[in-house]
Write a protein that binds this ligand. Sequence first.
Ligand code: TRP
Length: 344
Amino acid sequence: MKKIFAAILAMTVLMTACSSGTSSAPASSASVSSAAASSGSAAAEPAAEKIKIGLVQMMEHPSLDEIREAILAELAVQGYDDSKVEIDYQNGQGDMNNLNTIAQKFVGDEVDMIIAIATPAAQSAAAATDSIPIIFSAVTDPVDAGLVADLSAPDRNLTGTSDAIAVEEIFALADRLTPGIQTYGLLYNNGESNSVSVIREVKAALEAAGIAYEEATVVNSSEVTTAAQSLVGKVDAIFSPIDNTVAYAMPNLAQIAIEAKLPVYVAADSMVNDGGLATVGVNYTQLGKQTAQMAAEVLSGKPVSEVPVQVLSEYATVINADTAAAIGLDTALVDEILSGSAAA
Ligand code: TRP
């Protein structure tokens, strides 16, 4: 409970920061909704009652959007298309208050299932109901986030997919791509449990390898620039986990790192696309697909307790060639790693 509260505090500020920092993202209230919600109601009354699904996404972000699209596509493949289900899609816009309001709305609307994308969205849904089945998606550490006690045997109304991080593989990649790093900068939001548990593991691995680290933590996305600047001159490389707050400001982090010629290792492919140097990460389309398959099992009557959490186990190496060139890495080495990555 304490942990969830900490996350709530930390995430509340994210959106405030984002809406002032960039020109997009209208700062509207919690109910930023899709059109899907109203389609089935008034016009098509006579048909059998549709299954109601509340779909909540933490924020607008390329990886999270990719997951949502994959979930919707696979639900249709599984037979849960517009004719059978009514999907109420809501986006939290990075604000924990919005996420809580959305979760309560779903409970009030008596939806048949909640699908929640990213840890904070799943935590707010979990706090709102212990009876409606919740299928979470892309939760890095479901146990640490307090969603399940045991991945193989969900003990509440929650199950779903995890994008657990391949910590060893990421640091092995860093050793090949930029050998000789003596100090890592660790950049993350310490209110996101999905980051905190990974950082714990990373610190242990670095200590075991005799590599030093400097931490720079942020509470909202607007702090990422300053936090990244504070690491310049002190570290040889930066690592960021699959942190929602950092991911939102990834282009800012990338810009500072490129100017300082610092490699940035991340844990999600979208953060590489946004200018990070490299990762070994999961495929979020595949993750969304598996999430929808689990949702379909539960919709067809299987109890949540019999649907174990699925941890994605296929990882791919992703390197941003432009970033590599910009910080002066050997392009031949980048090509060699990428061509051999299937075997690694
Ligand atoms: N794993 C994140 C979480 O647990 C969610 C997430 C998935 C994400 N892919 C991402 C966050 C890419 C930022 C960038 O909350």
